[in-house]
Design a binder for this molecule. Structure first.
Ligand SMILES: C[S@@+](CC[C@H](N)C(=O)[O-])C[C@H]1O[C@@H](n2cnc3c(N)ncnc32)[C@H](O)[C@@H]1O
Ligand code: SF4
Ligand code: SF4
Length: 328
């Protein structure tokens, strides 16, 4: 407890932001999160609960974690915020196997208190042939509160995958207005309704648009500038686990894998340490006063209002071979 009390100061920001992060990723509109976030006492109550959990367990809770199943995709969106068009055959992450997923999750779950929202993401997660097994495994873990899978609706799920999706939320991205791509959006909606699978149709319901991507380059900047960028960047709440490494956001994965930029130790390699070391590394990661990698991100020319899912005509990488994955 004494050690945790000492660590509490560094963890304060992370613990305070947990409720806001849940509110930010709350596309399923949990009423309790909304209710608490809108009230001063609600925020304080939640913060105290998180603080107490940290003192008692000595472990971090991750509000939102995306498991990066593969960087391969069936589409090639120009403004993909996971930078899919930049991946090459040397930098692609091939679909993860169940064995690898299990190893990563067993290791991570030993060192965290809980994961509030856990998302399967990519690339296109339905490309992974072991996805149904991975979902079932994640569902069996009490430390994971809510699970969802985001798909671009280009692949029909098999019976096995449909079965695993019960009790999980499926976020269907809506690219139906893009000409020349084959989508099963409406069929999937019907199928999920029939199988009583929860759906999130955020893009359809909100007619949302894409924003263009930030420019990534090195520039000498003072600490305050980087710190402010990090504080105001909502993407930093979309932590990703990719190839055994915990990243702040998908942009950082792109910086590491494709651009080979210095990560300034702003990554936790979960495969390279034992569970005790990992517990401490995660505390250190979430206690960082600011993240130096954010100095590469330049949002000055980012524009909103791009058509969702617009396809790029310049294929920087070879189009990936489409594996059977979760498809029928
Ligand atoms: C990176 S995709 C990965 C999952 C899957 N391939 C898909 O498109 O649904 C995750 C989500 O990010 C959204 N997204 C991607 N690029 C975006 C951008 N530039 N602006 C806003 N949303 C974006 C997609 O529409 C999708 O809902
Ligand atoms: S479908 Fe588009 S947004 Fe989703 S990962 Fe593929 S390229 Fe990115
Ligand atoms: S690297 Fe930092 S500033 Fe850039 S998107 Fe990620 S969290 Fe935001």
């Amino acid at each position: 407890m004494l050690r945790e009390l000492k660590q509490l100061k560094g963890m304060k920001r992370h613990l305070k932001e947990t409720l806001f992060t849940l509110h930010f990723v709350n596309i399923f509109k949990y009423k309790s999160v909304d209710f608490l976030e809108k009230r001063k006492w609600g925020k304080r109550l939640y913060y105290n609960k998180e603080r107490l959990r940290f003192l008692l367990t000595g472990k971090v809770s991750i509000p939102f974690l995306s498991y990066f199943v593969t960087s391969r995709c069936t589409l090639n969106c120009t403004y993909c915020n996971a930078f899919m068009p930049s991946y090459t055959k040397d930098t692609h992450l091939l679909p993860v196997s169940f064995e690898q997923f299990k190893e990563d999750m067993d290791k991570l779950l030993k060192s965290v208190d809980k994961i509030h929202v856990f998302q399967f993401i990519g690339g296109e997660p339905f490309l992974a042939k072991d996805l149904s097994k991975m979902i079932k495994y994640a569902k069996s873990k009490k430390q994971i509160e809510t699970i969802y899978v985001t798909t671009n609706a280009t692949i029909k799920p098999s019976e096995k995958l449909l079965d695993s999706l019960k009790g999980v939320y499926v976020q269907l991205s809506d690219y139906r207005h893009i000409k020349g791509i084959k989508l099963y959006y409406d069929e999937l909606k019907e199928l999920f309704n029939k199988h009583k699978i929860n759906m999130c149709l955020y893009e359809e319901e909100n007619d949302s648009t894409f924003y263009t991507l930030q420019e990534i380059y090195e520039k000498e900047e003072d600490r305050k500038t980087i710190e402010d960028r990090n504080i105001y960047c909502l993407t930093r709440r979309c932590n990703h686990l990719c190839d055994g490494k915990l990243y702040l956001c998908p942009t950082q994965i792109h910086m590491d894998r494709n651009l080979k930029l210095d990560m300034y130790d702003n990554v936790v390699d979960i495969r390279s340490c034992n569970s005790n070391e990992l517990t401490q590394k995660l505390i250190d990661f979430y206690s960082l006063p600011y993240y130096k990698v954010c100095r590469y991100c330049h949002f000055e020319n980012v524009k909103r209002g791009q058509p969702r899912g617009e396809q790029t005509i310049i294929h920087i990488s070879q189009p990936p071979e489409i594996a059977g994955g979760g498809a029928v």
